[in-house]
Design a protein around this ligand. Sequence first.
Ligand code: NDP
Ligand code: MG
Length: 390
Amino acid sequence: MKKRIAILGSTGSIGTQTLEVIAQNPTHFEVEVLTANNNIELLIEQAKRFQPNVVVITNNCHYEILKEALQGEPIKIYAGKEALEQVVQMDTIDVVVTAMVGYSGLIPTCNAIRAGKHIALANKETMVVAGEIINQLAIEHKVNIYPVDSEHSAIFQCLVGEFNNEVEKIYLTASGGPFRGYTPEQLAIVTKADALKHPNWNMGAKITIDSASMMNKGFEVIEAKWLFGLKAEQIDVVVHPQSIVGSIVQFRDGSMKAQMGLPDMKLPIQYALSFPQRLTSEFKRFNFLDYPKLTFEQANTKNFRNLALAFEALNQGGNMPCILNAANEMVVQAFLSDRISFLQMPEIIEIVMGKATYIKNPNLDDYIQTDREIRILTSAMVKNRAIQKI
Ligand code: NDP
Ligand code: MG
């Protein structure tokens, strides 16, 4: 039986690579749902090629054009955020790939789990915002969450076959991004264009900025806590500029297992879809002679404050990671539109974390409310800082 896949965010970096994996494995997978936010040209092209049952465009303005372009195709077309939240519950879906960016992933993921769909989770922000709720829902509805994030896929692969063997620690590797080794003086003047040049990965704009600022690694620490049931002190970050070692698990006897390979998101995507099987692939193979030196260094939380702030949010728990995420989404947007500088991003996030209303045991409504409030608070702060910048 082919697995029927819904891809939320099919026009993005993860979405398009998921479609490549599906195209290469037509006997294993088929596309059931495709969704995008604005990019209708690509969505139309994908729909014609992969013939899903349903497509959703979340931005309503594009509905008419999409409908017209797909006239005559046996494809149902829906528009709006609510459509996305509902479509994940369709009987004909086996797995939902959450490849949309940011907080927008939360409600569709909750709904998909409630409808009993397994999740291939790329949208790490969902776990950052509400990891505890997602885990509870997954247990309640007997749903598996397969990590797509490469570091978490690496950990997951190291854990296969270990049954109840206790994990002492995990090491998430970080490339260090384009500004590895930069001084605060250098970081103060980096531009958006500099930050968008990632040395090893080609990703969407938001995660590329998060990688440059190390917030991405901070989010991954929080994501790992929930995916693997770890305490903050069991999670460490090590900078590994070559991105060959995916990540490492250290067991209670001191043995360490690492997953390795060339950086290519198609591998973790394929594994998340095919688990427990490994499918044959044509992905480029690693050659030891191309990499005579694999290096490791300590992450610099002094210059890259976001990583320290993420650990702080993790330790505080409650709605603090949700606060961290909402503030980060707003400052990244502001940085991408040249309203604030690179170092103003962590500065604003830290102030917002100090000012926000803390909730110790939040429910889903509290998270929704927190996200809304923090966006308002952060955008006011951004306005102030933007004026200072001028
Ligand atoms: P992209 O920006 O490339 O793609 C995002 C996708 O989500 C697009 O299809 C976009 O549609 C859609 N989208 C954007 N905003 C919304 C919204 N408000 N509602 C619904 N859909 C929306 O992002 P990436 O593919 O790089 O990242 C996706 C997720 O995967 C992120 O959470 C990221 O952290 C995670 N991830 C990504 C990795 C990577 O290598 N790229 C690696 C590990 C994790 P449109 O094109 O129409 O705007
Ligand atoms: Mg990652």
